[in-house]
Design a binder for this molecule. Structure first.
Ligand code: ATP
Ligand code: MG
Length: 1126
C-alpha cells in the first residue's frame, strides 16, 4: 500500500458510474487530504493544513497510507452504517480520508490477498487510540460475514473491550477513560474473512495506581463502578460500603467524573462479562478480589517497641483485616504475621526479621498492586480462553495495537514507567521506519525506477542504548537489582554515568562525559535520553524498586494458602512445595521480552498506521492548540514521515488510471486511446508540456516528482472538465431536441395515416350502402315480375287439378255405390242361406237329442268345480294358531266354506291336544280354569296368559335355605312364592313365603323360613280380588275355625292369577265341596281380628311407579291405588 495507489480506480461498469458521483481524494479537498501533496512542506504548513481540516470537521488526513486522526472530542456523524457502506470495498484514495478506508484496505488485503495485517495506533494519552481501535474493530465486524456463529464471535470480541476498560482504564488528568495498559489484540479470520476468535496480550498495567493516584485522577474504574452499581445485597456479601470515602485507596477529589455513569457502566460490564462467557461464580470471585484490594488499603499499622529496641509493626484495627481474610478465605493470624515478619532464606538457612511500620505499609501496597495486576492478567487469560478460535485451520490474522504513545512530562517527572513506554515507542518507530522505507524502496525496484537513497534518522542506536544485552540501560538496571550489597537508585545512576557516558543519546550531569557538567537543566538524580521524538529527562528515583517489583515471600505464601478459588492460580510462587530461591524476572526484563515478542510478531504482518493527535489539553471540542499539536507532530515523527514519502516521487499512479483521469487534456488521447496505456500517458504528458524531469516511467506506474505538477494537471483537468461539461451539455441538448423533433415527425406521420385511412373508410362505406340500395331495388323489381309469372302458372295448375278431382270423385262415388250394393246383396244371400241351413240341420237332428242331457252337463260341471275347490284347500297347515284359510272361489259356496273352516279348526285342535302329556294337560287345564275365572273380569288377566304357571318359584326342594321349611311342610309343595302380607296398621307389606300343598296353605317368614300360619284349605271360604291390574288378594277364612282366630289375610303377589287359580282348583278338591268362592270387585271387606276393614281399589296416577300401593285411610278403610292401565 503506497502513495502510488492514489487511484480513481475503475472497478467495472457500476464502479465507473459511481465514480462520477463520488468524491475523490483530490476533489473538493479542504487543505490537502494527503500531506504528501503539501506544496511547501514545513511544520507551519503541516499544522495549518491539519487545523484547516480540523475546523471543517475533517479529522482524518493521510500521509500516504498513514492515517492521522485528530480527536474531535465530540461525536461526529461520520461513523454511521451509511458511511460503512460508502467505504466498503472502495480503494483507499477513492474517498476522502477516513479511518474506515484504512480498516477496509487492511481487511480486504487480509481477505483477498491473504496478507496478515496489523494496525498500529499510537499517540499520547487522550489522543483517541482506544476509540480508533474500537472504530476499526466495529468496521471490520460490520463488513465481514454474518451468521449466528460469526455474530457470536464478533459480539464476544467487541464485548471484551468494556471488561478490559473497566479493570484497566482510569480517569487521569489527560483522559477521563485513559487506558493504563498496552493492548495488542490478534483477531483471527478464516479463509472467507469471517472472524473465528482472537488473542489479547497486555503490556505493563500501571499498577502503582491501585495504591496511589496523582491529584485530579482516580483509581481504576471498576472500584467506583462496583461501589455505585452493585446491589445492596452484593455489597453486603462483599462486605463493602457504598461510600467512597471509607476507602484509603480511592482518592476523593475526582471520585465522580462528568459524563461517566459508574452504576450504568457496572451493568454494562457485568453484561459484557456474561456475553464473553464468564460464569456467575467467576464474576463473583473477581468482585471478591476487587473488594479485597479495597479492604487491604484500609489496613493500618502502628509501631510496637520490642525488647531489642527495634520497632515492630502491628495491625491497628483488625476489623478490615478480618473482613479481607474472610473474603479471600485466609487465616487471619497468617496474614497478620506476614505483615509483621519477613522470612529470609538463603542457602538452606531461614531467618525471620521483623518489619517496621514503613515496611509493613510497603508490603501491604505491594500485595495490593500484585493482587490487582495478577487479577487483571487472569482476566485477560480468561477472556482469551473464551474468544480463542476453535478451528485448527490456518488463520489469517489482523492485529490491533493500542499502546501508550510517547510520554514526556515537561517538569522532568518521568519515571521508570515513562522510560519503559518510550522504549516501546522507540521500537515501534523502528518497525515503522523499517517497514515503510523498505516498502518504498521495494516499490522503486519493482517499478524499475532509479533509486535515490533517502536520508532518514534510524533510531536503532537509541534502542540499542536501552536494550543491549551487556551494557544497555535495562541490563544495567537488572544487574544493579541482582547485585549483592547496598543497591540504591543512585548507585544505578552512577553505573549509567560510567558505562553510557560516551553514548551520543545519553546525557547526565555526572557522566564521565564532562560536557553536561554545567547543564543546569539536568538535575543530579536524573539522566536524559535523546529519543527520536525528543529529549526526555528521567528521574532515577524508584527505578530499582519498580524494576524489582518485590513481594515478600511470606505474603505470597499466605495468599497461596487462601481458600478462595483464584488465589492459588494468582500466586503460584507461594506454593511451599516449589520454593524457588531464584529471584523472579525483573519488570524491565519481562517488558523487554514481551516487546521483543510483539516486534517479531508485527514484523511478519503488513502494517497500517493510525497516528492519533490530541488537539487541546482541555478535552474540549473545536479547540486546536497549535503548540500542543506541533509538539505531537514532532515526537510522532510525522514530518519525517512525509519527507520520506516525498523524498523520491510524491505521487504515483497506474498508467491506466492516470490515462483515464487526464485523457481529456490531450486531443490524441481523447476520447479514447487505442494503444498501450503507458504510451498514452507518454503522449499525454508530452502534449501537456510537463518537463521530463518531473516524472519517471515505471513498469506499471507513472511517478510524479512534485505535487505542483500534479496540481497543475488537476487544475487543467478541472478546466477541461468544465469545457467537456459544456460540450456534453451541447450534444445532449441537440440530441434531446432532435429526438423530440423526430418523435413529433414520426407522430405526425402516424396521425396523418390514421386520418386518411379513416376518411377513405367513411367514403367507401357510403358508396357501398348506396350500391346496396340500388341493387336491392332492382332485385326487388325483378323478383316481383317472376313472382307474378309464377303465381299465374300456379293458378292454372290448381284449376286443372280441381277439375280433375271433381271428375275423379264423381267416378269413384259411382263405383263405390255399385260395390256397396253388391256387398249388401251378397250378405243377404249368406243370411238367408244360414237360416236355411240351420232349419235344415235342426230338422235333421231333432230326432237324436235326449230330454235329460241338460241336467247331466250341469252336474258334471258342478262336480268339476267342487273337485277343484277341495284340491285348493289342501295347502292349509295343521297349527291351531294358523288363521289362514283360502278365499271362497264361488258365491254359492259361502255357507259350506265357513262351516268347513270351523270343522277343520276343531279337528286340528283335537289333533293337537292328542299330542299332550299328562303334566302339560294339567297346566293347560289350569290355564283354562284361570281363563274361566278371570277372563274379562280382571284387568291383570291378559298379561298372565303368556306366562307359564311355574308353581315352585322358590325352588324349595333344591334351595338349602328352605331346609327347615321343607321339613315343616310334609306334603308335596304345589306352589311356593314370595308374597307381601299387608299390614292393616299402615298398609305396608312385609314379605312372606307362600306355600300351597294339597291340603294347606302356609305362610312362612321369608328370612328364617319359620312357619307363621298354616291354614287347612277347608277353612278357606272365599278369595277376594279387584277387577284391576293389581296383585292384591284377600284370603277369607271360615268364621269360628281355628285358623280364623287371627283374621283373614290380605296379601299381594306378582303371580296372583296362578295362586288364585291353584287355590281354586286344589281348594275345591281338598275341601270336597262345590267351589271356593272367587269374589271379584273393587271393594271388599277383610276381617282383621275383631274389625272388618274395607279394602277399596281406585285408579290412581302413576305416583308410585307402576305398582299398586296400599295406604291406610282410616281405621276402617285401606285404599289401594292402582296405576291406570295404559
Ligand atoms: N473519533 C472520536 N470521536 C469522538 N470522540 C472521540 C474520538 N476519539 C476520541 N474521542 C474522545 O476522546 C476520549 C479519549 O479517547 P481515548 O480513550 O481513545 O484516548 P486514548 O488515546 O486511548 O488515551 P489513553 O492513552 O489515555 O488510553 C474518548 O473518551 C472520547 O470521548
Ligand atoms: Mg486508551
Amino acid at each position: 500500500m503506497t502513495v502510488s495507489d492514489i487511484l480513481i480506480s475503475p472497478k467495472g461498469g457500476t464502479a465507473d458510474s459511481k465514480m462520477e458521483v463520488k468524491m475523490s481524494l483530490l476533489d473538493n479537498m479542504i487543505g490537502v487530504g494527503d500531506m504528501v501533496l503539501l506544496e511547501t512542506l514545513n511544520e507551519d504548513s503541516f499544522i495549518e493544513n491539519l487545523r484547516k481540516r480540523f475546523d471543517h470537521n475533517e479529522i482524518y488526513t493521510y500521509i500516504g497510507s498513514v492515517v492521522i486522526s485528530i480527536n474531535p472530542y465530540r461525536s461526529l456523524p461520520i461513523y454511521t452504517p451509511q458511511k460503512v457502506e460508502e467505504y466498503r470495498n472502495r480503494n483507499f484514495y477513492e474517498l476522502s480520508p477516513h479511518i474506515y478506508a484504512l480498516a477496509d484496505e487492511a481487511y480486504r488485503s487480509l481477505r483477498d490477498q491473504d496478507k496478515d495485517q496489523c494496525i498500529l495506533i499510537t499517540g499520547e494519552s487522550g489522543a483517541g487510540k482506544t476509540e480508533a481501535s474500537k472504530l476499526v474493530m466495529s468496521y471490520v465486524a460490520a463488513v465481514c460475514g454474518k451468521g449466528q456463529e460469526v455474530n457470536k464471535v464478533k459480539e464476544q470480541l467487541l464485548q471484551s473491550n468494556p471488561v478490559l476498560e473497566a479493570f484497566g482504564n482510569a480517569k487521569t488528568v489527560r483522559n477521563d477513560n485513559s487506558s493504563r495498559f498496552g493492548k495488542y489484540m490478534d483477531i483471527e479470520f478464516d479463509f472467507k474473512g469471517d472472524p473465528l476468535g482472537g488473542v489479547i496480550s497486555n503490556y505493563l498495567l500501571e499498577k502503582s495506581r491501585v495504591c496511589k493516584q496523582p491529584r485530579g485522577e482516580r483509581n481504576f474504574h471498576i472500584f467506583y463502578q462496583l461501589l455505585s452499581g452493585a446491589s445492596d445485597d452484593t455489597l453486603m456479601k462483599l462486605k463493602l460500603d457504598r461510600d467512597f470515602s471509607k476507602y484509603n485507596y480511592l482518592s476523593l477529589d475526582s471520585a465522580t467524573v462528568n459524563g461517566l455513569d459508574d452504576a450504568a457502566s457496572f451493568r454494562t460490564v457485568r453484561n459484557a462479562m456474561q456475553i464473553v462467557g464468564f460464569m456467575e461464580d467467576e464474576v463473583q470471585s473477581v468482585l471478591e478480589l476487587v473488594a479485597a484490594v479495597l479492604k487491604l488499603g484500609n489496613i493500618e499499622f502502628k509501631p510496637e517497641s520490642r525488647v531489642n529496641g527495634f520497632d515492630e509493626s502491628r495491625v491497628k484495627d483488625k476489623n478490615d483485616l478480618k473482613e479481607m481474610c474472610e473474603l479471600l478465605g485466609i487465616e487471619q493470624s497468617v496474614l497478620e504475621r506476614a505483615f509483621s515478619y519477613r522470612t529470609v532464606e538463603a542457602k538452606m538457612e531461614k531467618m525471620s526479621t521483623t518489619l517496621n511500620v514503613a515496611q509493613a505499609y510497603y508490603a501491604r501496597d505491594a500485595l495490593a498492586k500484585n493482587l490487582y495486576s495478577r487479577l487483571f492478567s487472569w482476566l485477560i487469560t480468561r477472556i482469551n480462553e473464551s474468544i480463542k478460535a476453535q478451528a485448527k485451520t490456518r488463520h489469517k490474522v489482523m492485529g490491533v495495537l493500542d499502546i501508550y504513545g510517547f510520554e514526556i512530562f515537561e517538569d522532568g517527572d518521568n519515571s521508570f514507567e515513562q522510560f519503559i513506554i518510550n522504549y516501546c515507542n522507540e521500537k515501534l518507530q523502528q518497525i515503522f521506519i523499517e517497514l515503510t522505507l523498505r516498502e518504498e524502496q521495494e516499490e522503486y525496484i519493482r517499478e524499475d525506477i532509479e533509486w535515490t537513497n533517502i536520508e532518514y534518522f534510524n533510531n536503532a542506536i537509541i534502542c540499542e542504548l536501552i536494550e543491549k544485552n551487556q551494557n544497555g540501560i535495562l541490563a544495567m538496571l537488572d544487574e544493579e537489582c541482582l547485585r549483592p550489597g547496598t543497591v540504591t537508585d543512585d548507585t544505578f545512576l552512577d553505573k549509567l554515568n560510567t558505562i553510557c557516558a560516551e553514548h551520543q543519546h545519553f546525557e547526565s550531569r555526572l557522566s564521565k562525559n564532562s560536557k553536561f557538567l554545567t547543564d543546569h537543566s539536568l538535575p543530579h538524580s536524573c539522566f536524559r535520553i535523546q529519543h527520536y521524538a525528543g529529549k526526555v529527562l528521567y528521574r532515577v528515583e524508584g527505578f530499582v524498586d519498580k524494576n524489582n517489583d518485590l513481594l515478600y515471600r511470606d505474603l505470597s505464601q499466605a495468599m497461596y494458602k487462601a481458600t478462595h478459588s483464584l488465589m492459588r492460580e494468582l500466586f503460584p510462587e507461594g506454593n511451599p512445595a516449589k520454593v524457588n530461591l531464584k529471584r523472579p524476572p525483573t519488570a524491565g526484563f519481562q517488558f523487554k521480552a514481551s516487546v521483543g515478542v510483539l516486534m517479531r510478531n508485527l514484523q511478519t504482518k503488513n502494517p497500517n498506521y493510525i497516528r492519533c493527535i490530541k488537539p487541546n489539553d482541555k478535552k474540549a471540542a473545536h479547540i486546536f492548540t497549535d503548540s500542543l499539536v506541533c509538539h505531537q507532530v514532532r515526537y510522532l515523527g510525522l514530518m519525517e514521515n512525509v519527507r520520506v514519502r516525498r523524498a523520491g516521487y510524491a505521487f504515483r499512479q497506474l498508467y491506466e488510471s492516470c490515462l483515464k483521469r487526464y485523457k481529456m487534456l490531450c486531443k490524441k488521447t481523447w476520447p479514447q486511446w487505442r494503444g498501450p496505456a503507458r504510451d498514452g500517458v507518454e503522449v499525454l504528458l508530452t502534449d501537456c508540456s510537463v518537463p521530463s524531469e518531473e516524472f519517471a516511467y515505471g513498469r506499471s506506474k507513472i511517478f510524479i516528482r512534485n505535487p505542483r505538477t500534479l496540481f497543475t494537471l488537476e487544475e487543467r483537468r478541472r478546466a477541461c472538465l468544465e469545457d467537456l461539461a459544456t460540450l456534453i451539455q451541447k450534444i445532449y441538448r441537440g440530441w434531446k431536441s432532435r429526438t423530440h423533433f423526430l418523435l413529433l415527425k414520426k407522430s405526425q406521420v402516424v396521425v396523418a395515416a390514421w386520418y386518411r385511412r379513416y376518411a377513405q373508410q367513411n367514403k367507401y362505406q357510403k358508396i357501398k350502402s348506396a350500391t346496396l340500395v340500388m341493387q336491392s331495388f332492382i332485385r326487388g323489381w325483378k323478383a316481383r315480375n317472376i313472382l307474378r309469372q309464377l303465381k299465374y302458372e300456379m293458378r292454372c295448375k290448381e284449376a286443372v287439378t280441381t277439375i280433375a278431382a271433381y271428375w275423379h270423385g264423381n267416378q269413384a262415388r259411382r263405383e263405390l255405390r255399385s260395390l256397396k250394393e253388391e256387398a249388401r246383396r251378397k250378405h243377404a244371400v249368406a243370411v238367408i242361406w244360414a237360416y236355411w241351413l240351420g232349419l235344415q240341420v235342426r230338422r235333421e237332428y231333432r230326432k237324436f237329442f235326449r230330454a235329460n242331457a241338460g241336467k247331466k252337463i250341469y252336474d258334471f260341471t258342478i262336480q268339476r268345480i267342487m273337485q277343484k275347490y277341495f284340491l285348493g284347500l289342501k295347502t292349509t297347515t295343521m297349527s291351531p294358531m294358523d288363521n289362514t284359510w283360502p278365499a271362497r272361489p264361488y258365491g254359492f259356496l259361502e255357507g259350506a266354506h265357513t262351516e268347513l273352516r270351523r270343522i277343520f279348526h276343531l279337528w286340528r285342535c283335537k289333533k293337537y291336544r292328542g299330542q299332550f302329556t299328562e303334566e302339560k294337560k294339567a297346566v293347560y287345564e289350569e290355564k283354562l280354569e284361570a281363563s274361566e275365572i278371570f277372563k274379562d273380569k280382571k284387568a291383570l288377566y291378559p298379561s298372565s296368559v303368556s306366562q307359564p304357571f311355574k308353581g315352585d318359584y322358590l325352588e324349595i326342594q333344591k334351595n338349602p335355605k328352605y331346609q327347615k321349611l321343607k321339613s315343616a311342610v310334609e306334603e308335596k309343595v304345589l306352589l311356593a312364592d314370595l308374597v307381601n302380607k299387608i299390614n292393616r296398621a299402615n298398609g305396608k307389606g312385609s314379605p312372606r313365603l307362600f306355600l300351597l300343598t294339597k291340603s294347606n296353605f302356609v305362610l312362612a317368614d321369608q328370612k328364617t323360613g319359620q312357619v307363621k300360619a298354616s291354614v287347612p284349605l277347608p277353612d278357606l271360604t272365599s278369595v277376594s280380588v279387584s277387577t284391576q291390574s293389581d296383585g292384591f288378594f284377600a284370603l277369607k277364612l271360615k268364621e269360628g275355625s281355628a285358623s280364623a282366630s287371627k283374621g283373614d289375610f290380605l296379601l299381594s303377589s306378582e303371580h296372583l292369577i296362578e295362586i288364585i287359580t291353584k287355590l281354586h282348583r286344589i281348594g275345591t278338591t281338598a275341601a270336597d265341596r262345590d267351589q271356593i268362592n272367587i269374589d271379584i270387585s273393587d271393594e271388599f271387606l277383610v276381617q282383621f281380628k275383631q274389625d272388618k276393614v274395607c279394602v277399596k281399589f281406585i285408579q290412581g296416577g302413576p305416583k308410585n311407579g307402576n305398582s299398586a300401593a296400599c295406604k291406610r285411610k282410616n281405621n276402617r278403610l285401606l285404599e289401594v291405588s292402582v296405576p291406570s292401565s295404559p
